[in-house]
Write a protein that binds this ligand. Structure first.
Ligand SMILES: *Cc1c(COP(=O)(O)O)cnc(C)c1O
Length: 431
């Protein structure tokens, strides 16, 4: 067959590997794909509806110069995001350089000197620790700005509401929840869990603010954290909501009074949201949002295939196949640094861009351990495109995410298996 031919001859994948992957694929297809497609369909309609409601029109893609007053495209983008997230307002800018920047902006915009923030989903994502001043001593970290930080660990993979409520003091202004796995080996928090926690906490402390780090979670479900009581949700446009087309940027969606404070931090008090050029990015941002429900569904299917193949070989995976997913990540525990690096090499070699280069562990800014990252992406650093990364530390877990198209993820699975044949007797296991 033509497909088998190109896989064998052009990509060097053996027939045994192809057949093994196809066998695993058959199982996940019949069990999980239909549910994923239902969510995709609903979200697609939600996005189109938001665009129509705000009368998106062709002239919104034009752009101007200077201060960016009356940048109609920018205003439309922010209104459309607010509609999709069902929030009063949103800040969506190409000048928000990353997810970390969006989270820092949110925290520093809302919190004042002496305020306390509590992470109630355990240790946050690596770069956030630097932002909070828990790691390193970077100028202008939140600790230096007088923000007090505390952490409440998860209990049995869920938010420990009792401990969270106990941890609140007079100074506590905001609780932060990280939806996604990050560099841990826990499952992403489902919207049910997030809803339950917010309800319980707000019952006791109705005025406390809840921020959700929504990175990697957008469009996995039919609702978002802002639909279950989060005051502000934050994410990156080079992950899920950018649909692979956004060139850069981040979003913050939430209550108007919060967005106003955050916008004043982004630009300046008095001008806030009213200025800020978008440099012609409106079309990519919105077409990316239009693509996002579909792209996310492709990424989830890809994650399932990675999970199916490597769990069938005896490796521990998070989330497990039958678990409800709440992000696009598939974590695989190899307990072996060489396998983690090999896996990243395989993902890199399956890419449309930079396939000929080999990823090496390096000291990435903001991270405390060396990190190896595979990303042969059209948009640099985009992790809604097929990518894999792993901090070089035991128990050597590789985090795989993205894949604009399921076929690409499938190629990544096959190449990974091919390159790992010599480890742990995999070659014989798949015969
Ligand atoms: C990606 C991510 C971030 C932000 O990372 P950036 O690389 O700065 O965009 C924050 N939290 C989580 C859970 C993430 O996955």
């Amino acid at each position: 067959m033509l497909t088998q031919d190109i896989l064998c001859k052009q990509f060097g994948i053996s027939e045994t590997v192809i057949n093994y992957v196809l066998k695993q694929e058959a199982k996940i297809k019949s069990e999980y794909f239909e549910d994923i497609e239902k969510i995709r369909e609903y979200n697609q309609y939600k996005v189109i509806d938001a665009m129509q409601q705000h009368r998106l029109d062709y002239t919104n893609f034009y752009w101007n110069t200077g201060y960016g007053y009356d940048d109609v495209g920018r205003e439309k983008v922010e209104k459309i995001f607010a509609s999709v997230f069902h929030t009063e307002d949103a800040l969506v800018r190409p000048s928000i350089a990353s997810g970390t920047h969006a989270l820092y902006l949110t925290l520093s915009g809302i919190l004042k000197y002496g305020d306390e923030v509590i992470a109630i989903s355990g240790k946050p994502y690596d770069t956030l620790l630097t932002v909070l001043g828990e790691e390193g001593n970077e100028p202008n970290n939140l600790k230096e700005c007088g923000i007090i930080y505390k952490e409440v660990q998860l209990k049995d993979g869920d938010i420990d509401c009792e401990s969270a409520i106990k941890a609140v003091t007079e100074k506590t202004k905001l609780l932060m929840i990280q939806r996604s796995t990050g560099y841990s080996f826990r499952s992403a928090l489902t919207l049910n869990k997030i809803k339950n926690a917010i309800e319980k906490i707000k019952e006791v402390y109705p005025n406390i603010l809840i921020m959700v780090d929504n990175c990697y979670g957008e469009f996995i479900d039919t609702i978002e954290p802002s639909d279950v009581g989060a005051d502000v949700v934050v994410g990156s446009l080079i992950k899920n909501p950018g649909g692979g087309l956004a060139l850069s940027g981040g979003y913050i969606a939430g209550k108007s009074i919060l967005i106003e404070r955050i916008a004043n931090r982004l630009t300046a008090p008095g001008v806030g949201k009213e200025i800020g050029l978008t440099y012609g990015t409106t079309r990519n941002t919105l077409q990316g949002l239009f693509f996002a429900p579909h792209i996310v569904s492709e990424a989830v299917k890809g994650a399932l295939l990675f999970g199916a193949v490597f769990s069938s070989l005896g490796y521990e995976i998070t989330p497990s196949l039958n678990e409800q997913r709440s992000d696009i990540i598939q974590a695989i525990k190899f307990n072996n640094p060489d396998m983690v690096v090999k896996m990243c090499e395989a993902i890199q070699s399956s890419s449309p861009v930079d396939a000929h280069v080999a990823p090496l562990p390096w000291d990435m800014p903001g991270y405390s351990d060396q990190v190896v990252m595979a990303s042969g992406a059209f948009v640099s650093g985009s992790s809604i495109e097929l990518s894999a990364d792993a901090p070089i530390r035991p128990p050597y877990i590789v985090y795989i995410q993205g894949g604009l198209f399921y076929d690409h993820a499938k190629l990544g699975v096959m190449l990974s298996l091919q390159k790992l044949l010599n480890f742990d007797d995999i070659e014989n296991k798949i015969k």
